[in-house]
Design a protein around this ligand. Structure first.
Ligand code: COA
Length: 220
């Protein structure tokens, strides 16, 4: 599982969840503490880490990762489906996690494929992290919930917010442009969310990548 993390996020010991912690989570926080592996033959290529939530009806998906050689084959989706099946059996109704709103592949998986709802925008969530993984970009995050029993319904006219197709490439080639994307999208998301909008959709087409924000019929 360490190899999978380092394959997905880069070789950085400080950013890697160590074996002793994975062991403790899987054993001592059983059954909600969950460490899932996805194997290609004997080789682990995917990993998911689940933790107990603040109450017995919710759980945190702390991490999911797939090595680049096996990306876009539906492995993360399969790991998340397995997690949802396991948690649903325990009576858990909501899985939540955070991710960088500018990451289009994550948005496609979490919002479009899984049907997660981004309910909150967290400004500079982890603060400044001295790591090549984050670069100079503020660590803003969406807080996403996946409702396993009933998905809240939208109402009213939607709003749209565009993000770049490849923020990693922009971070590497033009860090200033990446910061502009961060600032521009932070402003739009925080304004819309303070007006009651949440993120309920994500479109990826030849026109680019766009989030869809709507209001919900009932309060969460
Ligand atoms: C994010 C991650 C877990 C996705 O894993 P995966 O196995 O490739 O995911 P899936 O194949 O199930 O789904 C990814 C979807 O995004 C699409 N996608 C890939 N790159 C994309 C991009 N740049 N823009 C938009 N969509 C993209 C894929 O085509 C796929 O959709 P599809 O099935 O409709 O074709 C993996 O890329 C990863 O480990 N990234 C680094 C670690 C990370 O960011 N983890 C999440 C935060 S904890």
């Amino acid at each position: 599982m360490l190899d999978v993390q380092q394959g997905a996020w880069g070789k950085n010991d400080l950013e890697t969840v160590p074996v002793h912690l994975l062991r403790a989570i899987a054993d001592e926080l059983d059954p909600v503490g969950l460490v899932l592996g996805y194997y290609d033959g004997d080789r682990p290529v995917g990993y998911l880490l689940g933790l107990p939530g603040p109450d017995w009806r919710s759980a945190l998906m702390h991490q999911v990762a797939v090595v680049p050689s096996h990306a876009s084959k539906g492995i993360a989706h399969e790991l998340m489906s397995e997690m949802a099946w396991t948690y649903r059996e325990m009576g858990i109704e909501r899985i939540f996690w955070t991710y960088d709103p500018l990451e289009a592949a994550n948005a496609n998986l979490y919002i479009r494929k899984i049907g997660g709802i981004a309910e909150r925008y967290l400004v500079d969530y982890y603060g400044k992290i001295d790591s090549t993984l984050y670069g100079d970009l503020a660590t803003d995050r969406f807080y996403v919930s996946w409702y396993l029993t009933v998905r809240p319904e939208s109402e009213g006219a939607p709003e749209r917010v565009q993000i770049p197709e490849d923020i990693s490439g922009i971070k590497a080639e033009d860090p200033k442009a990446a910061k502009v994307w961060r600032e521009r999208t932070r402003k739009k998301f925080t304004e819309l969310m303070s007006d009651g909008y949440v993120v309920t959709g994500f479109d990826r087409s030849h026109m680019g990548c766009e989030y869809v924000l709507t209001k919900l019929k009932d309060e969460l």
